[in-house]
Design a binder for this molecule. Structure first.
Ligand SMILES: Cc1cc2nc3c(=O)[nH]c(=O)nc-3n(C[C@H](O)[C@H](O)[C@H](O)COP(=O)(O)OP(=O)(O)OC[C@H]3O[C@@H](n4cnc5c(N)ncnc54)[C@H](O)[C@@H]3O)c2cc1C
Length: 417
C-alpha cells in the first residue's frame, strides 16, 4: 500500500493548485480525478482572471486585493495562457451604475492593484464609439474602459497539473474516490480506477490527457494512505465529505447554477460588461475562440451536480442582453446558439441573492491541531494559487518536513501539449 503526504480529490483548478503547491513544497502528492481534468466547474467559468470589480460593491476588499495580486502573478507566470483585455462598461441614461460611481470603483480597484499599468482606466472618446462592435449608441452617455484578463480555464488547469507532475506529483485518472477512514495519524483512502486507467493495486498513474502509463485495463480498487486528504471536489465536495468515516462536519453551502451561451458573432474590441435590461445584474459579453460568449446567470440548484445543464429561460435571459445592447443582433433566437454550458458555484448558505454573497474560498478541517481532512469550498479560478497556499499553511502541522523544490510564483505555466 502506497503512502503519500497529501492525497487530493478533484482535478479542477483547486485540486490542481494544491497538487502543485504540495509538490513544490517537497511533499509526495497524488491527485485523484474521476473524469477529466477541469471536467467540472473549472471548464465552465467565465474564463476571467480578474480582481472582480463588482465585489467592491459588497465590500469584499481583501478578496479583490488578493485577486488583483494573483492576476499580476498570472500575467507573469502564465503569459501563454492569460491575456490582458480591455473591458468596456457602457453607461446609458437609465444605467444604474453612473460614471462617477464607476470611476470611484475603478480608483479603488487601481489602489488595491497597486496602481500597476494594468489598473489604468478611462473613458472611450465619443469619436471611437463606432469601433465598439456595433454597441447601441442611442441613449449612451459614456463608455468606461478598464483592463482585466481572460484565459482558457481548462487549459490553465491542465497547465498547473503538468507543472505539478514535473515536480514529481502523481495523477490517478480516471479514478473515483470512494472512501476514507480517519486514523490518529492520517487517512486510509480508497479509490476505484475505471477501464481506461486500469490499475496495479498500488496506485497507477496517468498523464494529463488521461492516457494510462501502464497497459493494464479493468476496474481496480486501490488503497493508499495519506497524512492529509484534501477534498477539492467542487460541487461534489459534500458527496465526498459524506463518505469519510467517522463523519466530519460539512459547511452549509448552496449550489448556484451559472449558464453561458456562445453565438456566431466575432467581437474585436474587447469584453463588454453590461447590466441586464431585465434585472440590472452584471453580464459579460466576451470574444471567445472566434465567437461571442455571454454569461452568466444565477439560478439556485438543488439537484445532482452531474445533471446541471443550461435552462431555456437562462438562454433567453442571456439572449435578451445581447439583443438589447447590439442592435445588429436584435433578431437572435435560441436556434442561433452554437454552444452552451452550465457550471455550479458553491456559495455560503444564506438567504440573500447569490450575486451579493461572498466569493471567498471556504477552507474547513476535521480538527485544528494536525488536520487529517481538509475541504475547499467555493472560491474563484483567479485565486487558485493563493487558495493552495492557504491550504498548505493549514496542513503544515500534519506534514513532515521536506526540502522545498520550488516557489509556485516562480513556476512558469506552459500551454499543455
Ligand atoms: C458560471 C461560473 C462562472 C465563473 N466565472 C469565474 C471567472 O470568470 N473567474 C473566476 O476567477 N472564477 C470564476 N468562477 C469560479 C471558478 O470557476 C470556480 O471557483 C472553480 O472553477 C472551482 O474549481 P474546483 O476545483 O473547486 O471545482 P471543479 O472544477 O468543479 O473540480 C472538481 C472536480 O472534482 C472531481 N470529482 C468529483 N467527485 C469526485 C470523486 N468522487 N473522485 C474523484 N474526483 C471527483 C470532478 O470530476 C471535478 O473535476 C465561476 C464559477 C461559475 C460556476
Amino acid at each position: 500500500m502506497k503512502d503519500y503526504d497529501v492525497i487530493i480529490i478533484g482535478g479542477g483548478i483547486h485540486g490542481a493548485g494544491v497538487l502543485q503547491a504540495a509538490a513544490a513544497a517537497g511533499h509526495s502528492a497524488l491527485l485523484i480525478e474521476r473524469g477529466a481534468l477541469a471536467g467540472g466547474t473549472s471548464s465552465r467559468s467565465s474564463k476571467l482572471i480578474h480582481g472582480g470589480l463588482r465585489y467592491l460593491e459588497s465590500g469584499q476588499f481583501s478578496l479583490v486585493r488578493e485577486s488583483l495580486h494573483e492576476r499580476a502573478v498570472h500575467l507573469r507566470i502564465a503569459a501563454e495562457l492569460v491575456e490582458l483585455k480591455p473591458f468596456f462598461i457602457p453607461v446609458y441614461e437609465d444605467t444604474r451604475r453612473r460614471p462617477w460611481q464607476l470611476r470611484l470603483g475603478l480608483s479603488m480597484y487601481a489602489l488595491l492593484g497597486g496602481f500597476g499599468a494594468a489598473t489604468r482606466f478611462g473613458t472611450v472618446p465619443r469619436a471611437q464609439w463606432s469601433h465598439l462592435d456595433g454597441l447601441k449608441t442611442q441613449g449612451l452617455d459614456a463608455v468606461v474602459r478598464y483592463y482585466d484578463a481572460q484565459t482558457d480555464d481548462a487549459l490553465l488547469t491542465r497547465a498547473v497539473v503538468q507543472s505539478a507532475l514535473e515536480l514529481g506529483a502523481e495523477l490517478a485518472m480516471p479514478a473515483a474516490f470512494s472512501r476514507a477512514v480517519l486514523r490518529e495519524d492520517g487517512v486510509a483512502v480508497t479509490y476505484r480506477t475505471t477501464d481506461a486507467a486500469g490499475g496495479t493495486g498500488t496506485g497507477s498513474t496517468t498523464d494529463i490527457t488521461g492516457t494510462p502509463d501502464s497497459a493494464s485495463t479493468g476496474c481496480t480498487i486501490v488503497e493508499c494512505n495519506a497524512r492529509v486528504l484534501v477534498n477539492a471536489a467542487g460541487p461534489w465536495a459534500m458527496q465526498v465529505a459524506r463518505v469519510v468515516e467517522p463523519a466530519i462536519a460539512v459547511p452549509e453551502v448552496d449550489l448556484v447554477q451559472g449558464t453561458h451561451i456562445a453565438i456566431p458573432f466575432a467581437l474585436t474590441a474587447g469584453i463588454y460588461y453590461v447590466e441586464s435590461p431585465t434585472d440590472g445584474r452584471a453580464v459579460f459579453v466576451m470574444p471567445w475562440k472566434g465567437a461571442t460568449l455571454i454569461g452568466t446567470t444565477e439560478t439556485p440548484y438543488h439537484g445532482d451536480p452531474d445533471d446541471v445543464h443550461p435552462l431555456p429561460e437562462e438562454e433567453e435571459y442571456l439572449l435578451s442582453v445581447v439583443r438589447h445592447y447590439f442592435p445588429a443582433l436584435a433578431n437572435l433566437t435560441r436556434d442561433d446558439i452554437t454552444a452552451r454550458f452550465a457550471g455550479l458555484r458553491v456559495l455560503p448558505a444564506a438567504s440573500q441573492a447569490a450575486f451579493d454573497r461572498s466569493r471567498e474560498t471556504i477552507i474547513t478541517t476535521d480538527r485544528d491541531a494536525g488536520p487529517r481532512v481538509l475541504g475547499i469550498y467555493g472560491g474563484k479560478l483567479t485565486g487558485w494559487r493563493a487558495a493552495a497556499a492557504h491550504v498548505m499553511e493549514r496542513m503544515r502541522p500534519s506534514l513532515p518536513f521536506r526540502p522545498r523544490r520550488a516557489a509556485t510564483d516562480g513556476l512558469i505555466l506552459r500551454r499543455p501539449v
